[in-house]
Design a protein around this ligand. Structure first.
Ligand code: SAM
Ligand code: SF4
Length: 338
């Protein structure tokens, strides 16, 4: 009789006090960005000194150790990952790590028109593109620098490059863009791509007023349903979104609802900031300084392994975001990696 355990896929060695296995790493590869989205940054945002952020070799060492511990999915994010000059090199190296099953990326789309093919060739399977408005002036106002035309060209380039899945991420900021919900659904349907609506999270203080009022996922769903029937599905991409199908279309509509539908019970992920802090939860301050370990003991993967396994003790049961309550953690989304 074969031993059943011998046939089972290797379990993650990263297990938290609540029995959750960590299999998903979100890696912020830079805190810099060519946009200054109102909910993410200040207009005169200051960035970390370059020597404070992780080098390519450090990013790779951290990812290698996580994958050796059972992480199967890695998402590169930021800041804007495409502003990192060595991004392709890093992607190729991460893609080659034995045991990694999925390499994915989140981008604002500004440089995708020229870069989509290279990203696909470097092993990126799925791509998330942030898009909060389809109106050029409003898009510029919300991103402070963004050119909608460039991002739309980037979406078309991503379609042509043959990613396995493309998903738009949209933050509804009350009346600042709530009147575009149906237009955004129509746009996703026309392109045959997915769309997720994200509830704004109180992460980092920003000077601009954020949402004018809170648009819960339920409210958005109720707005879409009379126009496009939403059929619940149990499908998951290993992230926090709940998905609905629109019959007759490949498009799925997702909802990421940190406030109205807490997803912490199934949490399978951790984050590493652009400065090398391991974060056990987006909404909590606990962290481990991986950069310090790397720089004190270069080339010693075992040190990182032991420290990361031990850090799982700090993973809390869940975040404590509350509507109308100021940010619990001061660090901004660009450093943290959304
Ligand atoms: N620059 C890339 C982009 O915009 O897609 C990647 C980094 S960005 C921080 C990742 C995602 O985080 C974006 O979809 C953005 O809308 C989201 N995000 C930023 N600040 C947020 C906040 N306060 N609450 C919820 N999502 C936020
Ligand atoms: Fe840049 Fe993304 Fe933050 Fe917008 S959300 S400022 S694109 S990092």
């Amino acid at each position: 009789m074969p031993d059943a355990t011998a046939l089972a896929p290797p379990a993650s060695l990263l297990v938290d006090p609540y029995g959750r296995h960590v299999t998903y790493l979100r890696l912020s590869v830079t805190d810099r960005c060519d946009f200054r989205c109102v909910y993410c940054m200040d207009p005169d945002q200051r960035f970390a000194r370059r020597d404070q952020t992780l080098s390519t070799a450090e990013l790779l060492a951290i990812t290698r150790v996580f994958v050796s511990l059972g992480v199967r999915k890695v998402r590169l994010t930021g800041g804007e990952p495409l502003v990192r000059p060595d991004l392709n090199e890093l992607l190729h190296a991460i893609h080659a790590l034995p045991g990694l099953e999925e390499l994915v990326l989140t981008t604002n789309g500004s440089q995708l028109a020229a870069r989509a093919t290279d990203l696909r060739a470097a092993g990126v399977r799925r791509i998330n593109i942030s898009l909060d408005s389809l109106r050029p002036e409003r898009f510029r106002e919300l991103t402070r620098h963004g050119d909608l035309g460039q991002v739309l060209a980037g979406i078309d380039a991503a379609l042509a490059a043959g990613f396995e899945r493309i998903k738009l991420n949209t933050l509804i900021l009350g009346e600042r863009n709530g009147d575009e919900i149906l237009d955004l659904v129509r746009f996703a349907l026309a392109k045959g791509i997915n769309l997720s609506f994200i509830e704004e999270m109180p992460v980092g203080e920003v000077v601009d007023r954020r949402a004018t009022d809170f648009y819960s996922s339920e409210r958005i769903r109720a707005l879409i349903s009379p126009h496009f029937p939403l059929v619940p599905t149990t499908e998951t991409t290993g992230g926090p979104a709940r998905y609905y199908r629109i019959p007759g279309s490949p498009t799925r509509i997702g909802f990421i609802s940190p406030h109205s539908h807490n997803f912490c019970a199934d949490c399978n992920r951790v984050r590493v900031t652009a400065e090398g802090q391991l974060l056990l939860c987006l909404g909590r301050a606990d962290s481990l300084d991986l950069r310090a370990i790397l720089r004190r003991h270069p080339g010693e993967d075992e040190r990182l392994r032991v420290a990361i396994i031990d850090a799982m003790r700090m993973k809390p049961a869940g975040h404590r975001f509350e509507i109308g309550v100021p940010a619990l953690v001061g660090r901004r989304m660009n450093l943290t990696g959304g």
